[in-house]
Each structure stands twice: as structure tokens, then as C-alpha cells.
Design a protein around this ligand. Structure first.
Ligand SMILES: Cc1ncc(COP(=O)(O)O)c(C=O)c1O
Length: 284
């Protein structure tokens, strides 16, 4: 770990401490089974963007998998703010909650256990700016489970999708997941396309309800764009005028080719420019 990381403040199981003092049990179910959830909240100049939406998604996820949240929404908000001691231009606040510790390694829920909670923040440099040239993408079969609306840390299918790109010398590409003949999501972001000035995005049906997606849809509505919640076929997507992917760290990222086929005119489009610019104003 670097010098800076040594001094980094973390919140771990009810206490604030330097991140280097965090000690996670080998019997923690997050470690053993991936029995845990996470959140990544973007923070600009010390202010969370969509903070409550992220924290509410965490609470919804905990309920969905039967973990009783140790904190209320306002507790989570207060703890998160305390961890944000520095004022870098951009940080990502990471939260992980596991089902806790039980040495028996039984798959059923532990008989007695407290959730493990870890929160820390790391600085990042936004990679997508108005000057961004766009990225390439590759279609891949969606091999994930059927509860993709839950932000679980068990991300093996997503890891393998990225590794496949890496092994094919396509490390900078996005993996776009095809399920039942339509493109539903990217491996770590939501999907959008534009055709004839209409915006399309797959419905929240076994995909993560992205907070960036939500904010982009709010902006699009305010700008009077017509939006259709529809998952495009690969052919429809490749024939789009614009394709973007969205997540909290890369914000809204234009895709300029898919499987080698150029999208639109092969540069980030006008609708992207407008929405991306409005998204920047949300950073406060
Ligand atoms: C599979 C997947 N879809 C969508 C998203 C975007 O979610 P958000 O905008 O809340 O970061 C992510 C973010 O990690 C993701 O992993």
C-alpha cells in the first residue's frame, strides 16, 4: 500500500480506523461465498452524487437477500460523510456489507452473526471528458445469474467477461451482454442507444438499476427526449446512431464500434454531448 493509503480512513464494523488496521475474518461469508453486497458512490469535491439513491439501493439489496441493515438511511449517510475526510476533486466511496462470520462454513444463513460493514474512499480521475474519443465494444453471451438487480460482490461472470477481452488484446473494450437474443447490459454499466433522436435503454429486468442510468433518464426527460425502455437486438444496436454505457465512475461513455462495426459516424454523438454536459452540472 502507498503512503497515502496508510493514512486512509475506513469505517469497519462500527469503528473508524486507518484502512491498514481493517482485519477481515477468514470465516467471513463475503470472503468464503461472495455472500455480500457493495455500493460505489461517486463523490465530487466532497459531495456525493446520487448518494441517497445509492444508499437506498443498498438497503433494498440487503432486504432482498435477508440481511437486516445495521443502520438506517440517515446513519449510512452520516457514516459515509465521516469517512470522506478529504476533498479531492473526485473520489469513489466503496461500501461492502457481508452476512458476517460463521466458522462452520454452512451455506444456510449463520445462526448468530452480525453483518460485516466496510466503507472507505479512494480518489479517481474521471476518464471520460468532452474530448473523449469513444471506446469499442464486443458482444458476449450473458452468463450471469438471474438476480442481476442485486449488487452482489459475486462478480465472477463479469470478471471472466473482461478477462476474455483482455486475452484477445481487447482490454479497453466494453463487454455487452446478450441474453435471449437482445443486448441487456454491459459488464459493469448500463446500456443506451439513440436512433433518429429517440433514446432506448433496456428495461430494469434482471439488470442492475444503475443510479447513473436513473440520473441520465431524468436529464433526458427534462430535455424532452423521448425514451423507450427496450432491449435492442444486436442488429438494432449496431445500426444505432449513438451507443453509450453508464456507470458511476465512467459516467456516460460513448461506444463507437461494436464487434468491429462502426456506430453512426464513428465519433461520440450530439445527444451524448448534450446529456454528458448536463450530467457534469449535477456534480455541483
Ligand atoms: C453490471 C452493472 N450494470 C450497471 C452498473 C451501473 O450502476 P451505477 O450507475 O449505479 O454505477 C454497474 C456498476 O457497477 C454494473 O456493475
Amino acid at each position: 500500500m502507498t503512503e497515502q493509503n496508510n493514512n486512509q480512513l475506513a469505517f469497519f464494523n462500527g469503528k473508524y480506523m486507518p484502512i491498514t488496521e481493517v482485519a477481515i475474518s477468514p470465516f467471513d461469508r463475503g470472503f468464503l461465498f461472495g455472500d455480500s453486497l457493495y455500493e460505489v458512490i461517486p463523490v465530487y469535491n466532497g459531495k456525493m452524487l446520487g448518494g441517497d439513491l445509492h444508499l437506498q439501493r443498498l438497503l433494498n439489496g440487503l432486504t432482498a437477500i435477508g440481511i437486516i441493515s445495521p443502520y438506517t438511511l440517515s446513519d449510512w449517510r452520516a457514516i459515509s460523510r465521516t469517512v470522506l475526510t478529504t476533498r479531492e476533486a473526485a473520489q469513489m466511496l466503496y461500501i461492502q456489507v457481508t452476512r458476517g462470520v460463521e466458522a462452520s462454513r454452512k451455506h444456510r444463513f449463520p445462526v448468530v452473526s452480525e453483518p460485516t460493514v466496510l466503507i472507505f474512499a479512494t480518489p479517481f480521475t474521471p476518464t471520460v471528458t468532452m474530448e473523449y474519443h469513444g471506446c469499442a465494444a464486443t458482444l458476449q453471451p450473458d452468463k450471469r445469474w438471474q438476480n442481476c438487480h442485486i449488487k452482489a460482490t459475486s462478480l465472477l461472470a463479469n470478471v471472466l467477461a473482461y478477462q476474455q477481452l483482455y486475452c484477445n488484446d481487447l482490454a479497453e473494450n466494453e463487454a455487452l451482454f446478450v441474453r435471449d437474443g437482445v443486448v441487456v447490459e454491459a459488464a459493469s454499466s448500463n446500456l443506451f442507444m439513440v436512433k433518429d433522436n429517440l433514446i432506448y435503454t433496456p428495461p430494469v429486468d434482471n439488470i442492475l438499476p444503475g443510479i447513473t442510468r436513473h440520473i441520465i433518464l431524468q436529464i433526458a426527460e427534462k430535455l424532452n427526449y423521448q425514451v423507450y425502455e427496450l432491449a435492442p437486438s444486436p442488429a438494432m444496436l449496431k445500426n444505432a446512431d449513438e451507443v453509450w454505457v453508464s456507470n458511476s465512475i465512467e459516467e456516460l461513455k460513448p461506444v463507437i464500434s461494436i464487434d468491429g462495426q462502426i456506430i453512426g459516424s464513428g465519433v461520440p454523438g450530439k445527444v451524448w454531448q448534450e446529456l454528458f454536459q448536463h450530467y457534469q452540472h449535477k456534480k455541483g
